[in-house]
Design a protein around this ligand. Structure first.
Ligand SMILES: Cc1cc2nc3c(=O)[nH]c(=O)nc-3n(C[C@H](O)[C@H](O)[C@H](O)COP(=O)(O)O)c2cc1C
Length: 170
């Protein structure tokens, strides 16, 4: 059985193309795999908190060394990370905004990038070698945009920071 986490990032609701795309994708999936479990995580219509100094003060301390106050700094981040771990397939529906991803999706990514929990330096110290700690997961990105020329070797390829970010993070 697959556990599918659906993440939508458009700040539009009914009029959103990326949400329609995601909906069609998920409906097809459900028809073929009715036993699978689906969970929704909203990052566009609901404000995902940006990380702040309290978050940083907590996230860079080893979990076992966190005080109660430290723990509160990463409470929501912990919920998001647990949700990611509990699922094995991710579907992200997102528009391109200003050649990049929407800020809600970036805030979500900042929340889940947890050193030694979701990624690490290979040697354990800053060494220029970054290792993701999630294995055997599948990701589908369904993206909409208004303009053209962002494909490989096209005139706006260098402006396509969404693709670049997806390559880095995922
Ligand atoms: C604030 C904003 C910035 C946008 N920036 C770009 C852009 O840089 N390149 C592009 O091709 N389309 C851009 N668009 C168009 C959207 O990517 C396109 O309309 C997309 O379908 C919006 O997603 P949605 O329909 O899921 O809301 C932008 C739209 C908005 C509202």
């Amino acid at each position: 059985m697959n556990k599918v986490l659906i993440i939508n990032a458009s700040v539009r609701d009914e009029k959103s193309y990326s949400r329609k795309l995601t909906q069609i994708f998920v409906e097809n999936w459900k028809n073929r795999n009715p036993q699978d479990k689906f969970t929704h995580r909203e990052v566009g219509l609901i404000q995902i908190p940006t990380i702040d100094k309290k978050w940083i003060a907590s996230a860079f301390i080893k979990p076992q060394d966190r005080t109660k106050q430290n723990q509160s700094g990463v409470k929501f981040s912990n919920e998001l990370v647990t949700e990611l771990m509990e699922n094995n397939t991710y579907v992200i529906g997102t528009p391109m905004y200003n050649w990049s991803i929407p800020s809600g999706l970036k805030s979500y990514i900042d929340q889940i990038m947890r050193i030694n929990e979701t990624w690490k330096f290979r040697s354990g110290e800053p060494d220029g070698d970054y290792v993701g700690l999630f294995n055997n997961k599948k990701l589908f990105i369904l993206s909409s945009r208004g303009d053209t020329g962002y494909g490989e070797n096209e005139n706006n390829a260098h402006m396509n920071f969404s693709n670049h970010l997806f390559e880095i993070y995922f």
